[in-house]
Design a protein around this ligand. Structure first.
Ligand code: KIV
Length: 280
């Protein structure tokens, strides 16, 4: 339903209408309320996605391939993430804003992770996300102790695409136990939530059951505590989207049509009309 505050309508569950904060995530898991997360990279999209009741907005380093035209997330710079995080945070009223630590800004250890995370928090993030399991536990602990909430990310971790040999499902066979141990280590180190990307559905369910913190799945089945999608995949902005995504709209087609209609109106001189100009 549209409200004076939100022309797009809203549907709010987590946080009871208040801004979503870290303590609401564990409460949502406890109460069996599913968490809704989408990526956002700028103020225009963030305003719409936030008003639609999205619980968490992820300023993902997927900005690299989705918005900046790179082949992967690897070239994304911390400065680019800071600009995107500022834009999203300024436009967000309710959602918890999570910003990705990009490749090369945290792997050296807790000191580097802290310096990078501080920049994202100063830009307006409410939490940061980093990829990897046990080797990242010390950094998760250091950030948590510094007052910076951390979301973990296991399974297919795009920043390790070269090591993983491509976009492949992770955690099959014996690797399942490794992933479970990683998940436990991140939770024990203080992570507030865990993204599970491209892991078999039964494994995602096991991880979800074994943790007190919520899991947020992408290509990990329906038994996670929440779901995340890249917003352009969700909205149907592109011709192709991954198998695990679903296009809930055809925004790309609508934009194409709007631009074509505008072009036609300018060419046939039906735009601008008198109501669009100033007579004196
Ligand atoms: O950067 C991103 O968009 C992500 C999601 C795929 C979880 O990390």
């Amino acid at each position: 339903m549209a409200t004076p505050e939100s022309p797009y309508g809203s549907s709010v569950a987590v946080g009871g209408g208040k801004p979503v904060r870290v303590h609401h995530l564990a409460a949502a898991k406890r109460d069996g309320v599913r968490l809704v997360m989408l990526t956002a990279y700028d103020a225009v999209a963030a305003r719409i996605l936030d008003a639609a009741g999205t619980d968490m907005l992820l300023v993902g380093d997927s900005i690299g391939n989705v918005m900046l035209g790179h082949e992967s997330t690897l070239p994304v710079e911390l400065d680019e993430m800071v600009v995107a995080t500022r834009s999203v945070a300024r436009a967000t009223k309710r959602a918890l804003v999570v910003a990705d630590l990009p490749f090369g800004t945290y792997e050296a250890g807790p000191e580097q992770a802290l310096a990078s995370a501080v920049r994202l928090m100063k830009a307006g993030a409410n939490a940061v996300k980093l990829e990897g399991g046990r080797p990242r536990a010390a950094s998760v602990r250091a950030l948590t102790q510094a007052g910076i909430p951390v979301v973990g990310h296991l399974g297919f971790t795009p920043q390790s695409v070269n090591m993983l040999g491509g976009f492949r499902v992770q955690g099959r066979g014996e690797a399942a136990e490794e992933l479970l141990t990683d998940a436990q280590a991140l939770a024990e180190a203080g992570a507030i939530a865990l993204v599970l990307e491209m892991v078999p559905e039964p494994l995602a369910a096991r991880v979800t059951e074994s943790l007190a913190i919520p899991t947020i799945g992408i290509g990990a089945g329906a038994r996670c505590d929440g779901q995340v999608l890249v917003w352009t995949d969700m909205a149907g902005m592109t011709e192709w989207s991954p198998r695990f995504a679903h296009q809930f709209g055809q925004v790309g087609q609508a934009l194409h049509q709007a631009a074509a209609d505008y072009g036609a109106a300018v060419r046939e001189a039906s735009f601008p009309a008198e109501k669009h100009w100033f007579s004196s």
